[in-house]
Design a protein around this ligand. Structure first.
Ligand code: PA5
Length: 449
């Protein structure tokens, strides 16, 4: 059995959940596990992520690592174009494992196509104009509007700057093995391509080339990331909450949800975890929020947000539970210096590390929130290493899959995402949406900007 570098502590939940309630969930855990391993539940054609850390072909990993080395040599900046599951995993890993300041990262990975904004794209092109650039266009469907239009602008910039042939050698497309407009374009232009397995959905794709390539370019060891995820498979399976960490967390969430705690706040105590929370928000929200049910996933960064939303967390409406994420060991240690004059009266903290102070902020917050009626538990991470993050990614993926089955939804589809897209296409005049366009225009006519 591999050593877990993550743990889940729910001791302070005893006032909200009793042991019998958890024991009673073992039946649901066993049934969710059976549906997953037997591939018999809803969305069973999207379970490629389940064994991926152990089944990913070494030759795929080698080709990602080797292309990443080539790009690292050649480029100062990699622009990653993608949205949702084609963006958040790579960003989460890079922010968690790299320097806190982008200027210190070499090569630098920057992101585009995750919003629709002229200033952002124009600023990006200004920023890269004197640097050597490579581009990774990531889209499973190959037809998503936000990355699609961003890539048009970036491709035009690359072709103008490098010429068509050299530009093509600097563009890497990550997409479906056979289908979609991006696959067709990549074939025509001769881009290097990576395949997104057809049985892995966007938000479960961080350990496919979607995440692995940009992560590798940023200098992170993707083999260790995969090893971590594979280790997680040991302690995130089994039909009992006592030996299945993902199921333990999933059961707690569902018990609390049924008691009226309908929002989960992921409260991270390190700034480097911000995008891990963003990634988790998408994983949980898109997997569970459907059929009129689902835990609403929210995220806060502590202690920053204790000075903005701390009041709400302490005394606001009591429909929220909290999952703290705590890092046990930072890469470096900074201590508070001693000053003889002690004018700021902080000498009582002299020689103490920022982590010691942060740990006490965490303990104080946890106890205060529990006393304020917020059910709270903690996920602890051993360190800021690839293996720990790999374990965490897999832990959450498995937990949300189990939790979705407990909520009796299909955790692997996202039918609701289409509603805004259809309206946007109709309003923009895309062919095939003429009737909807008329209906919408009759309603938006009076909308003023
Ligand atoms: O999880 C999902 O399926 C979505 O968030 C997608 O990743 C997102 O919509 C981007 O889709 P695509 O990769 O097809 O451009």
């Amino acid at each position: 059995m591999s050593k877990a570098k993550i743990s889940y502590n729910d001791k302070l939940l005893s006032g909200f959940i009793n042991k019998d309630e958890l024991e009673n969930y073992n039946q649901s855990i066993a049934s969710a596990e059976k549906m997953l391993s037997g591939r018999s539940g809803p969305g069973n054609d999207f379970l490629g992520w389940l064994d991926l850390p152990r089944t990913i072909s070494p030759s795929v990993v080698d080709s990602i690592a080797s292309k990443a080395s080539e790009i690292k040599e050649k480029a100062d900046i990699l622009i990653c174009v993608g949205i949702g599951g084609s963006y958040l995993g790579a960003r989460a890993a890079i922010e968690f494992l790299s320097s806190s300041f982008e200027d210190m990262r070499k090569p630098r990975v920057v992101f585009a196509g995750h919003s629709i904004n002229s200033d952002y794209i124009a600023d990006l092109l200004d920023m890269v104009k004197d640097r050597s650039v490579a581009v990774n266009m990531i889209s499973k469907s190959g037809t998503t509007t936000e990355p699609g239009v961003a890539f048009r602008v970036i491709r035009q910039f690359m072709e103008k700057r490098y010429g068509k042939k050299e530009a093509a050698s600097r563009i890497i497309a990550t997409t479906d093995p056979a289908k979609g407009a991006l696959r067709k374009l990549a074939r025509e232009e001769g881009y290097t391509t990576f395949e997104i397995p057809s049985d892995v959905g966007g938000r479960f794709s961080v350990l496919t080339p979607v995440g692995l390539f940009p992560i590798a370019v940023s200098g992170i060891d993707i083999r260790n990331l995969l090893t971590g995820a594979s280790e997680s498979m040991d302690f995130c399976s089994g039909d009992n909450y006592e030996n299945n960490l993902s199921a333990h967390y999933a059961a707690v969430r569902n018990i609390l949800f049924r008691k009226g705690f309908t929002t989960e706040v992921m409260a991270a105590f390190q700034p480097q975890l911000h995008f891990v929370s963003e990634w988790w928000k998408q994983l949980a929200g898109e997997s569970e929020g459907k059929c009129g049910t689902g835990i609403f996933p929210a995220a806060l960064d502590y202690t920053t947000d204790l000075h903005s939303l701390g009041q709400w967390m302490q005394e606001g409406i009591r429909n929220v539970f909290e999952t703290f994420v705590l890092l046990k060991k930072t890469n470096r240690t900074v201590e508070v210096p001693k000053f003889d004059d002690d004018s700021d009266e902080l000498n009582y903290l002299a020689s103490r590390s920022f982590e010691e102070i942060n740990l006490n902020a965490y303990k104080g917050t946890l106890l205060a929130h529990v006393d304020g009626g917020v059910p709270s538990a903690t996920i602890s991470l051993e360190d800021r290493s690839e293996k720990t993050l790999g374990q965490l990614f897999y832990f959450f993926e498995k937990a949300i899959a189990i939790s979705g089955y407990m909520l009796r939804v299909n955790p692997f589809d996202q039918p609701g995402v289409e509603a805004y897209k259809k309206n946007m296409f109709a309003l923009l005049g895309k062919g095939g949406f003429e009737k909807l366009r008329e209906q919408l225009l009759s309603r938006t006519g009076s909308m003023q900007l």
